[in-house]
Design a protein around this ligand. Structure first.
Ligand code: FES
Ligand code: FE2
Length: 420
């Protein structure tokens, strides 16, 4: 069999046409137009369910974390109360608007605003007001922390800017939600959370993690031979599937990968260990239950590297042989984005496992730097207006689907219409 034929047996071709998308150049304007960004803010980010991360960020009653949703201009606090209810609130004091919770995370059943010491329960109610008698008919019941629509799907916390969301999280996720229900989120309780602010549109960032076409050129030394081989030198994807706004992308892995001769640390810490590929911080045996889920490596391909499950607009979950990690993209302005990447690793049981994890984290740092250093340059290029379009190949189908989905939301009058 010649190599082209062999590749066609491994990788599904014509992903773009199969998805019902056109194949022409795509517009650059959505990446640089301030006006378009304002439409995205109102029509997408203030109507869609947005993922904050895993419930394990709130391990027990009293746990909380704070963050800022820049595109809403809103500081928020997310809590787990005595009844184990997870709820996000505006982190805004009803007295004169100060932020009530100042630390990034912790455990507390009460919060005190440090300005005039008004106190609140972690379930939002206003508890105490110093010198209350000097106020005028203060309605304490109406002065709690303002709740934000919050729902949890399979351990992922989502929030919605709409006070009464047009559709439930379940309806919003649709087939995607059903497909990934029941995944055993292995090692979810332990994570390494990276955060960076980059001078690039949120879609430039998301695009950087949406195709493998760049792998042989950007990552030749780190993962070039992991995600490509002689049959598939340009790392064509195995497959892609789309459900309304959401999608899944299966990437190619080189089953014959072995560490290069000079990779002495990698050779030592992974000797005799089946990891599936080197983007793993665990042995495959340790995560067999998770890998058995039918949505993960659906075709049980020997050439599988990892799946990318994308819950539009900002959550990418990478399901890899050693476990999972996620990217979350938070737009700040048309050309600035906060990027969160959260990696889940097991508690190391032996010095060797600890070394595997250290190597995993060090390699990831290197790979991610290779990925994001391009994004700021790309943004400058797009903003130069030298070109009004971009050329996308079939392996870049996720980028095209994302642009198509963004535009659909921007134009849709209702959320129901946007997710159809
Ligand atoms: S602003 Fe919070 S107590 Fe005054
Ligand atoms: Fe990459």
């Amino acid at each position: 069999m010649n190599e082209t034929l062999q590749l066609e047996n491994i990788c599904t071709s014509n992903l773009t046409r199969r998805a019902g998308l056109d194949t022409g150049p795509v517009p650059a304007e959505p990446y640089r137009s301030r006006e378009y960004f304002e439409y995205e803010r109102e029509q997408i980010f203030k109507r869609a369910w947005l993922a904050l991360g895993r419930v394990e960020r709130l391990p027990e009653p009293g746990s909380f974390f704070t963050t800022t949703i820049e595109i809403w201009n809103a500081p928020i606090v997310v809590t787990r109360d005595r009844d184990n209810r997870i709820q996000a609130f505006y982190n805004v004091c009803p007295h004169r608007g100060n932020q009530v919770v100042l630390s990034g995370s912790g455990n507390a059943f009460r919060f005190a605003c440090n300005y005039h010491n008004w106190t609140f329960r972690n379930s939002g109610e206003l508890l105490g007001v110093p010198d209350q008698g000097n106020f005028f008919d203060l309605d304490k019941k109406a002065c709690g922390l303002v709740p934000i629509s919050t729902e949890v799907w399979e351990g992922w916390i989502f929030i919605n800017h709409q006070k009464t969301p047009e559709v439930s999280l379940e309806t919003f996720l649709g087939e995607f939600g059903k497909r990934f229900s029941g995944v055993k989120w292995v090692n979810a309780e332990k994570s390494i959370l990276l955060e960076a602010h980059l001078n690039a549109n949120w879609k430039v960032l998301a695009d950087a993690f949406s195709e493998t076409y760049h792998i042989p050129s950007i990552h030749p030394a780190t993962i070039g031979t992991t995600f490509a081989n002689a049959i598939n030198p340009h790392s064509r994807p195995l497959d892609a599937r789309f459900w309304g706004s959401h999608r899944q992308f299966s990437t190619f892995g080189n089953p014959a990968y072995s560490p290069p001769e000079d990779a002495k640390v990698e050779k030592m810490v992974y000797a005799g260990v089946e990891t599936g590929n080197v983007l793993a911080a665990a042995e495959m045996q340790a995560v067999t239950e998770y890998l058995a889920h039918p949505a993960i490596n659906e075709k049980r391909s020997d050439y599988w590297a990892l799946d990318i499950a994308v819950a539009f607009p900002g959550l990418h979950i990478n399901l890899s042989p050693g476990g999972f990690w996620s990217h979350r993209f938070w737009p700040i302005s048309v050309n600035r984005t906060r990027w969160e990447a959260e990696f889940h690793v097991a508690e190391a049981r032996t010095p060797r496992e600890r070394l595997q994890q250290e190597l995993f984290v060090a390699r990831l740092g290197e790979i991610l730097l290779e990925d994001v250093t391009n994004t700021e340059r790309t943004q400058i290029g797009i903003e130069s207006r030298a070109y009004d379009t971009m050329q996308l190949q079939d392996g870049e189908v996720q980028i095209r689907h994302n642009l198509h989905t963004v535009d659909k939301w921007v134009r849709a009058v209702t959320v129901k219409e946007a997710i159809a």
